[in-house]
Design a protein around this ligand. Structure first.
Ligand SMILES: NC(=O)c1ccc[n+]([C@@H]2O[C@H](COP(=O)([O-])OP(=O)(O)OC[C@H]3O[C@@H](n4cnc5c(N)ncnc54)[C@H](OP(=O)(O)O)[C@@H]3O)[C@@H](O)[C@H]2O)c1
Length: 265
């Protein structure tokens, strides 16, 4: 019996399995991958030594955990394929954006424990934030196992499922917001004459440092901002310019747009 089967062996599946192998939660012989793309399966087998199969049912049949990592649009088709081979002794985890546990449960036999998870892109470096919600049959053991898997990738938070799309608009899409801010800051540094690679190092280190301050100090971000904003100084001049450009309002709008889009999937 494999510990975990990935249905869909794309970018997120790779990020997750890499971490599971790195922290030795699973050995390569206990991970099975299935995908419609045979070349992808071959390259994953070479890279990670995991078992691969083009058959989703074969991958799922004997797995303790079946992790659904296909695009949301493919989820129904995949669940119809799997419904004959999955039983209540297995745990089904879905990372498909916008697809509810109710939707998944309806396409599987009665009684299957289902957990919905929204990890994010820093999973690729073991620094994810993952948000978990539980289906009707996810008992304590199912919850514990799902948390254990995603704790291998970083931080794990449980939320009511009705708030999944809202959380996705923050932590799921969030890395892209920070990448755009980082890119803009690098360009702004270059505009002032900084070497691009130095600008990038300064921006990266500053983002990590600010994030670490927020996490480790426990202070409110407004408090931390006040600490670096001296009267009449450069930082407050910069903040004034950001306010004039509508930065806060831009984030309200961006997050609401992401949330609306998630509901359309
Ligand atoms: N990327 C992120 O940062 C992120 C974050 C959180 C959650 N997610 C969720 O993770 C899921 C996967 O995203 P991803 O970025 O890893 O996508 P991806 O790279 O496109 O991976 C999906 C894989 O599934 C394969 N596939 C398509 N139809 C299939 C089928 N019927 N059976 C088996 N495999 C099939 C695809 O093959 P083809 O390419 O040939 O179609 C592809 O290799 C999505 O539901 C997404 O919402 C992603």
């Amino acid at each position: 019996m494999s510990r975990i089967a990935f249905i869909g062996a794309g970018k997120m599946a790779e990020a997750i399995l890499k971490e599971l192998l790195r922290v030795e939660w699973a050995g390569k012989e206990s991970i099975v991958l299935s995908d419609v793309d045979r070349e992808r399966l071959e390259s994953m087998a070479v890279e990670y030594g995991t078992i691969t199969t083009p058959s989703n049912p074969d991958a799922a049949r004997d797995a303790e955990i079946v992790l659904l990592a296909v695009k949301p649009q493919k989820l129904e088709e995949v669940l119809r394929e799997l419904s004959g081979v999955i039983d209540a002794g297995q745990l089904v985890i879905s990372i498909a954006m916008g697809k509810s546990t109710e939707f998944i449960e309806a396409l599987l036999p009665e009684g299957i424990p289902v957990v919905r998870v929204m990890p994010n892109n820093p999973a690729m470096v073991g620094a994810a934030v993952s948000v978990l919600s539980y289906g009707r049959h996810a008992d304590e053991e199912a919850r514990r196992r799902a948390k254990e898997v995603f704790s291998c990738l970083g931080e794990v938070y449980e939320i009511a499922e009705m708030l999944q799309d809202q959380a996705m608009a923050i932590s799921g899409c969030g890395p892209a917001y920070f990448y755009v801010i980082a890119e803009a800051l690098c360009d702004a540094g270059v505009r002032l004459g900084l070497d691009r690679s130095l600008a990038r190092k300064l921006v990266t280190g500053t983002m990590i440092g600010a994030g670490t301050m927020m996490r480790d100090s426990g202070e409110h971000p407004a408090q931390l901002k006040d600490m670096v904003t001296s009267p009449g100084g450069s930082t407050i001049a910069a903040l004034e310019a950001l306010e004039e450009a509508g930065l806060r309002n831009a984030f309200y709008k961006a997050v609401a747009a992401a949330w609306r889009r998630a509901k359309e999937v």
